[in-house]
Every structure is written in structure tokens, then in C-alpha cells.
Write a protein that binds this ligand. Sequence first.
Ligand SMILES: Cc1cc2nc3c(=O)[nH]c(=O)nc-3n(C[C@H](O)[C@H](O)[C@H](O)COP(=O)(O)OP(=O)(O)OC[C@H]3O[C@@H](n4cnc5c(N)ncnc54)[C@H](O)[C@@H]3O)c2cc1C
Length: 443
Amino acid sequence: MKVIIVGAVAGGATVASQLRRINPNIEITIYEKDRDMSFANCGLPYYLGNVIEDRSSLVQSNPQQFLENKNITVHTYHEVTSIDTIKQTLTIHDIKNEKDINDAYDYLILSPGAKVVTLPQLNAPHVFSLRNLEDTDKIEAYIKKENVQTTLVIGAGYISLEMVENLKIRGLDVTLVHRNQDLFKNADKAIRKNIAPLLKENGVHIQLDDEVKQLDGKKVIFKSGKIASYDMIISAIGIQPNTAFLPKQIEKTESKHIKVNPFFQTNVQNIYALGDAVELSYAHVDLKTPLALAWPAHRAASLIAKNIDRNTKNQQPVPFVGIVGTSILKLFDQTFASVGIQEKDLDQFDVVTIEQTQKSNAGYMPNAQPITLIVHFEKSSRKLLRASACGKHGVDKRIDILSTLMKKSATVDELMDVEIAYSPPYASPKDIINMIGYKAQAY
Ligand SMILES: Cc1cc2nc3c(=O)[nH]c(=O)nc-3n(C[C@H](O)[C@H](O)[C@H](O)COP(=O)(O)OP(=O)(O)OC[C@H]3O[C@@H](n4cnc5c(N)ncnc54)[C@H](O)[C@@H]3O)c2cc1C
């Protein structure tokens, strides 16, 4: 049996490794269009901030190691350009040798990820985006070669904000420009209002309700009429799924994400898909969303490997329970985290919102810092829908508790019974999680 995988980073390399772990006999081939495989995307901003000093720690494997240690063949610089879903064959462009080759599969697994959205006015040698290790190497080399001092970061998602923080930590002068006032839409409005003051406190210049209109060499002409020069520009205005090469037989959403069932099967027989390119279902409500984060890609990789193996043994496949969209951002000394449906989708429900600000742990301890936690639940079912939090520490713990409960479709009343690990340096006997549950009793 032969399995072909498209994409050799988070989803692709993981599903290949999981398959090999489960079944030593399957023939596994991965095609990757870019230079590298299996690197830690999530660590890239921290390498550029010199927080991670050793570049090699970001590289988890290479084709030689995959072949020697796992008997998995990886072809880098090989782009899959078309798929014949009837004959179960692929055409692949060998980029280095400038020729097309063909291959055939019994199962095909698509993990092509996403690509950055670009703007024509940003086409210049000092403008970069950050998606992979090659981009990282280019940015690092440019900063050193050109002795970059001033940078403009465009966008307000987590990659832009991580770049803002890391370039600042590196000692550069950083300006963030964003087309509206809404920095970091993952967080609730009431929480994200803290982000602009936090950036300013940390010496970041921010320019909101503005956009880059045109570049004139290093000079940037903004829509507002402002003109300023920057040595380097990082553009992080969004991503879109890498699905243009897929045949029309494979069903996609309006946003071009691949539709999958709870077993990560596409509508075409023997083709699975995972990662940033797919649309996922929530575990706790009947809604779907793409979710370009590492956890869902890794979970899907394990399930696909297991289900392909179970298929070969005529065993029932194991379904995915769904996502709850847990995400987290460190920004200087603050943490912003959220879980559940997006804030914009709350109006589809009859929602009650409870907000609580209290110390992360016993207020008399010197390390105690305020946490703000906002929890939204559905009034009729009392089911938890979404939560958003910020604070200096302890935010990850509270959001992870809520994530675990949301996966089980828990109600807000169950928060009263969360038995927190308490001792003064860590929590309070009536923790912020419990307090939300108590406050909700009024509704
Ligand atoms: C800078 C950065 C920081 C991040 N930080 C976090 C974080 O802190 N937390 C978190 O949860 N997530 C984070 N992510 C997101 C996370 O890395 C992705 O969700 C995850 O990598 C998705 O896995 P994937 O396999 O779908 O895509 P990828 O890992 O991007 O891999 C897709 C691969 O497919 C290849 N490919 C595409 N089309 C073809 C084709 N036709 N033929 C051959 N190969 C093809 C691409 O070249 C690419 O290498 C971050 C991402 C970036 C870029």
C-alpha cells in the first residue's frame, strides 16, 4: 500500500511519522514544494528576536533523517500540480530539474497549509512576510547585511504582534500599522483594548486606521498622507489556504478551505486533508471554521494515521471530537488567550456574558497580578460558548480549564465545581474560574 502526502511541515511530517509508527510496511512518500521540511514555524518569530539563539533547534528533521530513521521518502522542491482522482495519480513539478513526474497512491493526504496574502503595492526587496524557515533566513540575513534599525510591521494578527515584540526585543525601532482600531481580533473587544496601550508602554509606535498606499524606495506613503522611511517592512495581513492546485472534484468552502468529515476524509474516496487548509467543526456548537493553528494539525495527523491503519484492518474509524479554537499570545509581559467560537459569531446565540477581574493567586502574595476573564454562555442551555482572558500570569491555566470543559460541552454552572490546585503562589480558594460560575447564578 502506498500513501502520498502533500506538504512536509506540521501536518504532513507528523502524519507520516504517525503512520510509520503504527505500520512499518506502508510505503510513504512526501512531496514538499519548498526548501525545508519539518521545522518549528511557531518558533520563527522568537529566533528573529534572538530569544532562540540556536537556529538548528528549530529544524526537527530533514529528508535524509526521515529516510534513514523512518523509511519515509521526502522530496523537497517538488510541487504537486494536479491530481487525477479517478486514476489516483499525481503530477509533480520537480522544481530543481524543471521537469514533471507522475506518481500513484492508494491514499492521498493533503496538508498544503496556507500562504500569505500579498498586496501589489508591497512588492519591494525590503518587504518580507514570515511563513517558513526560508523567509526567516531571508529576514535574518537582511537585518544583518543592511544593519536594519527601523521596521514597519503591517497587520494586527498574532504573527504581526509576535514580530512586533521580537523585533523590539532585538533592539529595533518598530512601528505597527493597521487599517482599523482592532488589534488582535482573537481577543474579546473588552480585552483587546489593552493591546494598543501595552504596545505604546513598550516603545512600539502604532499607527491605526491607516494603510500603506505606495512605496517609493524605503519611503512609505500612507493613506493618511503621512510619509516615513523604514529599513525593513514585515507584511502580515493574513493568510489563505494553499488549495488552488486541487481539482474541482474535491469540495471546498467559499473561502477555499477543504471540506472534511469527522474522519478528515474529503468527499473524494481515499483522499484525506488536515491543517491550515481545512475547515473544522466545533466540538461544542454546530458551527464550522478554519483554524490555522498547530494543535488541530497535530491531532488530525494522529487520527488520520490511525484511521488509515484501521481501514486496512476493516475496523471502524475513530471520529474527531472537534475543536474549540484555543489560542494564546504572549505580548511583552502580558498574555492574551481565548477559547470557543469567535466573538463575531456570538450574536447567533442567546448569550449571557460574565466578566470578572481578580488576582491570579492569593492577593497577599507579592507575585499576585490581576487577570480579566470574560465568559459567554448560552442562556437557554447554559452551555459555555466562548472565553477570553488577559493578565500577566495564570491566563493559560484558566483558558486550558475552559477549553477542557468546552470540549465536553460543559455548562457555566460547572465552573463552581472546578477544584483548582490551590496554594497562595498559584491560585485562590475561590478562583476566578469559580467566581464566574457563582456570578452566573444570577441569570
Ligand atoms: C510564524 C508562525 C508562527 C506560528 N505560531 C503558532 C503558534 O504559536 N501556535 C499555533 O498553534 N500555531 C502557530 N502557527 C501556525 C502553525 O504553524 C500552522 O497551523 C501549522 O504549521 C499548519 O500545518 P500545515 O501542515 O497545515 O501547514 P504547514 O506547516 O504550513 O505546511 C504546509 C506545507 O505544504 C507545502 N505545500 C503547499 N502546497 C504544496 C504543493 N502543491 N505541493 C507540495 N507542497 C506543498 C508548503 O510549502 C508547506 O511547507 C504559526 C505559523 C507561523 C507561520
